[in-house]
Design a protein around this ligand. Structure first.
Ligand code: GAP
Length: 453
């Protein structure tokens, strides 16, 4: 972790997320469920745009990657073989003074003495291992033989289905299997808004290759993934590729990078890019007794492929997108006086609403009819929001606050009342520069589609 913290900025972001319907505390009316979050109308659009773009560049635009969607309920043998049942745990300590449960790395040290970060108490228990997996029971009887787990990562179903997918897709090495889906971890201390949750989503690729090419693909995927974040609007200067040192790396990994982002609460991991060698497939082959080997037609050799894994968090990326987009600046109101505005400068590609459409006046029937016609014209291509209430400046402000990149205003010139040459043109306003240009209605879909793709 690196970088400075800005708790005030974080508070404003959390409050905006609730106020405008991006993210709510789960089960809020019952006091909330710690570590679980619900995405509201705008949050769900943002999330879908992110996941769709990831799927587009990681699967659809490539010849060497196919997708899958595995079950969340996982057979215990899968997670025994992967090492999760034995070792997927964090060291935990209890504070006897305030009764909080803490990860050992959360303790603060003052004058060489470890203290509870919540109450300053020094009466702490010994550290013990706490397994992070959620256990459940499949079927009516809750007994040892019916135990199943909610998956702690999506990756294992990819390894377990490796042979089936290899056969049906007829891919040759190197090739990848991608998956987006929920994962569950009973984190000791969920915190920093959605950053560390107990239920979250991952976007994972397992890219299978020959052993001698593992390090090459590790470098390749690190660069691809950094480009991905830039393409959704997160500048490289706020991203850091941290090479994970030997002592912190999983014992089977030959190289791992954490891609970190400068959140307001400090530099923290967004994604891991790990060269996992042949560890997972080998473990599952051993435990299941089924061959997970790859047959090379040319050399006639059979072997277990190695794997490089870029594994990103959907919720952490959403949080980074919101944190990065949040800005406060000055904009003119309806009287031309400057006032402060909150704006989310989302890249148009991931903005939840792409275009807002405003008739200049709500009680003018021809203006309203034209505006609704434009909404219908744009809707097949993008998410559009129609708003006729309040002064135009206030309507802009409401859209700025949710990050809508474009605003279209229908005025009397659109109706050709002032200048017949301007009939069927509208003003197109850009959220960031606030510049307005006059464009023909018939050109609008093409102009906007080009910018939001
Ligand atoms: N298959 C590899 C794997 O799961 P990880 O580093 O444990 O690796 C990958 O997780 C990504 O999943 C992280 O970089 C993060 O974005 C996300 N993630 C992990 N734990 C999370 C949590 N408790 N809350 C939100 N996101 C989490």
């Amino acid at each position: 972790m690196s970088g400075s913290t800005d708790s005030q900025r974080m508070e404003k972001i959390v409050s905006l997320c609730k106020r405008r319907g991006f993210i709510f505390q789960s089960s809020e009316i019952y006091g909330g469920l710690n570590g679980a979050w619900d995405y509201g109308p705008l949050g769900v659009e943002l999330k879908r745009n992110l996941k769709n773009y990831w799927w587009r560049v990681m699967v659809h635009e490539r010849d060497d990657v196919v997708g899958m969607d595995g079950a969340i309920l996982t057979h215990p043998e899968v997670l025994k073989a992967s090492g999760h049942v034995e070792g997927f745990s964090d060291p935990m300590i209890d504070c006897r003074t305030c009764k909080s449960h803490l990860r050992t790395d959360q303790l603060v040290e003052k004058k060489g003495v470890k203290q509870c970060p919540n109450c300053g108490g020094k009466d702490l228990t010994e550290a013990r291992q706490f397994n992070l997996m959620f256990e459940t029971h499949v079927g009516a009887a809750a007994e040892e033989s019916s135990i199943a787990y909610l998956r702690p990562e999506t990756a294992q179903s990819i390894f377990v289905q490796f042979k089936n997918i290899l056969e049906v897709s007829r891919k040759k090495l190197p090739f990848g299997i991608a998956q987006i889906g929920k994962a569950f971890r009973n984190e000791i201390n969920p915190r920093n808004f959605t950053f560390r949750s107990r239920e979250f989503e991952q976007m994972e690729l397992e890219y299978f290759c020959r052993a001698e090419e593992g390090m090459k693909w590790l470098d390749y995927w690190l660069e691809e993934r950094l480009k991905f974040y830039e393409n959704i609007g997160i500048p490289r200067k706020r991203l850091h590729a941290r090479e994970v040192p030997d002592e912190e790396r999983a014992f089977y990994s030959k190289g791992t990078y954490d891609i970190e982002y400068d959140f307001p609460f400090g530099g923290q991991e967004l994604e891991g890019v790990a060269y996992r060698t042949d560890y997972d497939l080998l473990q599952h082959q051993k435990a299941s007794g089924k061959s997970l080997e790859y047959f090379d037609d040319e050399t006639k050799q059979r072997f277990i492929p190695h794997v490089v894994e870029p594994s990103a968090g959907v919720d952490r990326t959403i949080l980074a997108l919101i944190c990065d987009a949040y800005a406060e600046d000055q904009a003119p109101n309806d009287k031309g006086e400057m006032e402060s505005r909150i704006v989310l400068r989302f890249h148009p590609r991931i903005a939840p609403v792409k275009c807002a459409v405003f008739p200049l006046l709500k009680n003018n029937e021809p203006l309203v009819a034209k505006a609704k016609e434009i909404v219908a014209h744009l809707r097949p291509h993008m998410t559009v929001f129609y708003d006729e209430s309040g002064a135009i400046g206030r309507r802009y402000r409401r859209q700025d606050e949710i990050g809508t990149p474009f605003g279209v205003t229908i005025d009397f010139e659109t109706l050709g009342e002032k200048d017949p040459t301007l009939r069927d043109t509208v003003t197109l306003r850009d959220r960031d520069s606030m510049r307005q240009q006059r464009v023909a209605i018939q050109d609008l879909p093409a102009i906007l589609k080009e910018r939001i793709r």
